[in-house]
Design a protein around this ligand. Structure first.
Ligand code: ADP
Ligand code: MG
Length: 594
């Protein structure tokens, strides 16, 4: 008996309308949702030509009658709701009856389906929205749908697609999201003839165990094994989540998967709550790994905000924020074994400023105000208020008389210079030197590459790997060579020669990827900037003991830099205490008074 019906006009017109098919990943998302809505227990996906050429989705779900196979392609025809009120009790992913219509309009689709208990299958072929053929077909288990030549009749839209690697990355992300939210369902994906994902149906008794196992499969075993569990429910909301312990944060925010009623969503409230929970422990540029599932009654939520349903609106954002923050904070604090009453972390901003203002900020301000190294005055001995503008040493800081005196805390180099003292922050100085060297190597296309004896494995979800591969060429220019190794591992086989400390390569690569895939850093130059900064940062060894020769060499290198006075991040690389200032401080006869 056919069950797909057109929605009454008034219902259809009140459902968020719009084009949902932007790229292969949007087709895949809609088709996976249809298979899940049909109760499939196994879904097999095949991808060719990054989804432009072919997307085939085969499920073992409930299937359709011949009549429904045809009706499925009508606009606003659905078996899932009948009236607007049904949205309040919605339990399916779909409800707009528009996906198959929209997909068929821009591709060549063949759908074969057999309703459970029926002996025969039916096949419908569409092209550019028109019915081409329909006939009986050899039986299939549930529904098989093939989408070929996406956007063949809308070349303008095809132009908006990104590189194959980028489209593949988005396809992989869609698979991962579906797999995370549906651990009892088996997923398999073949891309360009190779199996790229295979998640067997999780059979664990408890749902939470099934979810955890699936999360580990998606995120990679090592990361998966470390995941903490958080849980909390209130009247209107329940939360279950897996999250990284505070010492295992990630260098990008891309390992965050948020679901509301099993739908993958982007939602600021949830994301802010996640970051709030990590706030006391998180360093800049480190991000939580999280798979969070929120369940709310359908009427506490509006999924009808945007046609792709990627955005949701909560009736009460405040409750969501509180519940999520509390649940996650508790899990994090318990795992650290510290009491839940944490004081505000100390920061410069909250420290009382010494008389004459914050020495560090004064020094930095002095720096920014003009050329040359700032003098010692503000940083070392806060002067009496009101603070005079910090004096600046106009003489060149470097001259032949430079004499190395020693090292403090294996962090600062002390020199005698022209009768005064020059202090160099060796970390900041090395960073500056390497930054400029590496930056010019990239600019001139002459990055020195260093092959690794053993490839360095980096664990990433398949979508992350695709993202990296999409940047392969740019990474190559920056001296990195990468290749996929298995489904959730990437091998780094070469790194720029400046990046030599193996333990930090992984971190550097993650930071790089985060920067390079950040849409905000769109300009090519800023990306190179980021590349150089990140790679250099990771290559600098803090707290190394330097010999006199190395110290002098570093200062010599620094002298050749275009901007020697600060590290690429703007921190000062040196301070000086001039001859006159020394005399003044020691109240030498004839010295100007303090
Ligand atoms: P919606 O999912 O919003 O109802 P679609 O255009 O995605 O709209 O699908 C239209 C109808 O086709 C669905 O309501 C469903 O009845 C049927 N259908 C689509 N895909 C499948 C499938 N894989 N298995 C069974 N039925 C399906
Ligand atoms: Mg649908």
């Amino acid at each position: 008996m056919p069950v797909i019906r057109p929605l009454p006009e008034d219902v259809a017109s009140r459902i968020a309308a719009g084009e949902v098919i932007e790229r292969p990943a949007s087709v895949l998302k809609e088709l996976l949702e249809n298979s899940l809505d049909a109760g499939a227990s196994k879904i097999v996906v095949e991808i060719e030509g990054a989804g432009r050429k072919l997307l085939r989705i085969v499920d073992d779900g409930a299937g359709m009658d011949p009549e429904d196979c045809r009706a499925a392609f009508e606009r606003h025809s659905t078996s899932k709701i009948k009236k607007l009120k049904d949205l309040d009790t919605l339990s399916t992913f779909g409800f707009r009856g528009e996906a198959l219509f929209s997909i068929a309009a821009v591709s060549k689709v063949a759908l074969t389906s057999r309703r459970t208990n029926s002996k025969k299958a039916w096949r419908v072929e569409m092209s550019g929205g028109r019915l081409k053929k329909e006939h009986e077909a050899p039986p299939v288990e549930g529904t098989a749908i093939e989408v070929r030549d996406l956007f063949f009749n809308t070349p303008a839209r095809a132009k908006f697609l990104k590189s194959d690697a980028s489209e593949r990355g988005q396809l992989a992300r869609v698979m991962e999201e579906a797999a995370l939210a549906n651990p009892r369902v088996a997923f398999e994906c073949r891309s360009e003839g190779k199996t790229t994902l295979r998640f067997p149906a999780r059979k664990e008794k408890k749902d939470v165990d099934a979810s955890r196992e699936r999360a580990a499969e998606v995120l990679g075993e090592e990361r998966g094994d470390a995941l903490l569990y958080a849980e909390r429910s209130s009247a209107a909301l329940s939360l279950r989540g897996f999250l990284s312990p505070v010492e295992k944060l990630h260098s990008s925010r891309q390992l965050q998967y948020l679901f509301v009623n099993r739908r993958p969503v982007s939602n600021r409230t949830i994301q802010q709550a996640l970051y709030r929970a990590y706030e006391p422990f998180r360093q800049k540029n480190r991000h939580p790994v999280a798979v969070l599932f929120l369940e709310t009654p359908a009427d506490a939520l509006d999924v009808n905000v945007h046609p792709t349903k990627r955005e949701v609106r909560f009736r009460s954002d405040g409750d969501i924020f509180q519940t999520v923050t509390k649940a996650l904070s508790k899990a994090l604090l318990e795992s650290k074994g510290i009491p839940t009453l944490t004081p505000e972390p100390l920061s410069f901003a909250s420290m009382p400023a010494p008389r004459g203002g914050s020495p560090v900020r004064e020094a930095v301000a002095a720096y920014k105000a003009g050329a040359g190294a700032p003098t010692q005055r503000a940083p070392m001995w806060p002067s009496k208020s009101p603070a005079p503008a910090p004096a600046r040493d106009a003489r060149p800081w470097f001259d032949e008389s430079l004499r190395y005196l020693g090292q403090i805390e294996r962090a600062y180099l002390v020199f005698e210079a022209d009768g005064g003292i020059l202090l160099v922050d060796q970390h900041a100085a090395q960073e500056r030197v390497l930054f400029e060297r590496y930056f010019s190597e990239i600019r001139d296309g002459e990055v020195r590459e260093q092959k690794l004896m053993l490839p360095l494995p980096i664990e990433l979800p398949a979508s992350g790997i695709q993202r990296v591969l999409a940047l392969e060429e740019r990474l190559g220019r920056a001296g990195f060579a990468v290749e996929p190794f298995g489904k959730t591992t990437l091998h780094v086989t070469a790194v720029p020669a400046v990046l030599h400390k193996a333990g930090e390569i992984e971190d550097a690569v993650h930071r790089l990827l985060d920067e390079l895939t950040d849409p905000k850093a769109a300009a090519a130059d800023s990306r190179y900037d980021a590349t150089a900064t990140i790679a250099c940062k990771a290559s600098v060894k803090a707290h190394d003991r330097l010999s006199e020769k190395e110290a002098l060499r570093l200062v010599e290198d620094l002298r050749k830099c275009e901007d020697a006075t600060c590290c690429p991040h703007g921190r000062p690389s040196m301070l000086s205490l001039g001859r006159e200032e020394l005399a003044r401080r020691f109240k030498r006869p004839g010295a100007p008074p303090l």
